[in-house]
Each structure stands twice: as structure tokens, then as C-alpha cells.
Design a protein around this ligand. Sequence first.
Ligand code: TMP
Ligand code: MG
Length: 300
Amino acid sequence: MQRPVIRITCKMIPALGNTSVRMRDPQRVEETLRCMQKAGLNTLQVISDFDMTLTRFAHNGKRCPTSHNILEVSKMISPECKEKLKDLLDKYYPIEIDSSKSIEEKLPLMVEWWTRAHDLMMQQKIRKDQLTLAVQESDSMLREGYQEFFDCLNQHSVPLLIFSAGLGDVLEEVVRQAGVFHPNVKVISNFMDFDETGVMTAFKGELIHIYNKREGALLNTGHFEELRSRPNVLLLGDSLGDLTMADGVQEVEKVLKIGFLNDKVDERLPSYLNSYDIVLLEDETMEVPNAILDFLVATS
Ligand code: TMP
Ligand code: MG
């Protein structure tokens, strides 16, 4: 199938003319950016998904791991459990990316995936002190240009919320090892509870899965309350479930939604174009978010 080409050569941000970029309404994107620019960087906050958004989907033709996968392939997990987790991935991932099914149809199945995977993990006596090594030995990779992205936000004191249905302890370690866990970064995710000997016993709080980020946002109103003076949001995601990550933002003004479309691109493009302002096709870099930040920084 021929991909629809809705490309613009944007004078304001040349990277928006990249071949990976698709926009349903380029004029609206420009207007949103102009409003954000006028309001200034001190009114901005960034909310980003983690897996396959801040991290790469693939590198040299090989899939990169999610935060769950990092743990799954580690020495902490027994071979039998690895097999079971792999079976779950093979069963549920195709459902996650199936554009012929509605979110309502997928939701109970995704809850089932997360619940079964987390139950298996809880039986594995995962040790807190082994997470560092698991991340070091993994093939996890943040997207090209991540350093500029994290450093720029920190330098300009723009809060970055990483909102993930993955594993918080693991993703924080990825960000830490990359040297970009700056003070402006906050993480909402699934965090493990450890006993006094450092062995995992359970997960803390409410489960965050791919389709309840809105509830997660509303449960964390304290965070958004603190950012009341920042009503403009740059939202980054790779799943349609990521679109509700900004629902806890107080008195929101403008939200610019950037979606990475990594897999089954042709099938999923129409729904992504309908819901994300900017869609990036098989783009393993932070070039476009960075160019947008450069634009906002240069004019603030
Ligand atoms: P995210 O919200 O940070 O993107 O994390 C969710 C991703 O985690 C989603 O794309 C599916 C993936 N996942 C696994 O890779 N393995 C698992 O066992 C589970 C439950 C989710
Ligand atoms: Mg994701």
C-alpha cells in the first residue's frame, strides 16, 4: 500500500520536512508551536512514554528490549520462566499492535498480559542489587539524540515526566546509566517492592498497563498540581494508550502530541494520524523532538 504523503517543508523547523514525518494538519502544528513559543519555556512541561518512545525500537535490524524484556532475558529469571514470559509476549504483542481491534477489545487482554507477566516475575526472587547488572548486560538503547533531549530540558528547567507501563526500577537504571537522570526528571511507572533482604515481593500501588495511563495520571494529581504554572505540554508516545498521559495536567492550554510509529506502519498510520499531531515513521532518533525544543529555546 502506498503511504499517504502529507509532508511540509516547515520554515520554522526544517526537521518537520524529514521523510519520516507525517502530519494530519500541519497548519495546526504551526499554530500550536507559535502559541507555545509565545508563552515561553517556563510554561512548558514534557510528558513522555518510555519503551519504544525514549528507547529505540530496533538497531541494525534487531529489536531492542523493553524494560520488561531487559529483566526477562537477565540471569535473574529461570529458563522455565523465560519461556513462559516469551510465550506471553508472542501471544499478546500482536494483539497490542493489531489495528483491526478496538481499545475496548484489547483492554482486558492487555490487563491479562501485564497481570500474568508480573505474577511470574514476583515468583523469581528478583534482587534489587542485580538490576544494575541486568541493565548493563542488556541491549537497551535510548534513541539517537537522547543526550541533547534530556540535557536541553534540564538546562532550561523544563520538567520531564516519564510515564511508563514498563518497569520503573529498570527504566530508571537505564536513564541513570545513560547519565541523564537529571533533577528535572520524574517517573510514574510500575515499581517493585523489596523486603529487608532486597528481594522483590510485589509491585507497589496500582498496576499501570498500556491503556490506563489516564487513571495513573489522575491518581498522581499532586505532581500535576505542582506544575500548574506549566499549561503547555509536549507529549511523546508510541502507543494510542499514551495519548491520555496528559489528562492530569491542570488548566491545560496547548498539547502537542508526537507519536513514534515503529511497527506495522501502513496499517496503523491512519489511526496515528487521527490522534497524534506529528507522526514519526520508523524514526529511531530524537531529531524532531530536539528540533522542536531548539525552536522553543531559541525564541524564548
Ligand atoms: P511503556 O508504557 O513504557 O511503553 O511500556 C509498555 C510496553 O511494555 C508495551 O509496549 C509492551 C511491553 N511489555 C513487554 O515487552 N513485556 C511484558 O511482559 C509486558 C507486560 C509489556
Ligand atoms: Mg511505549
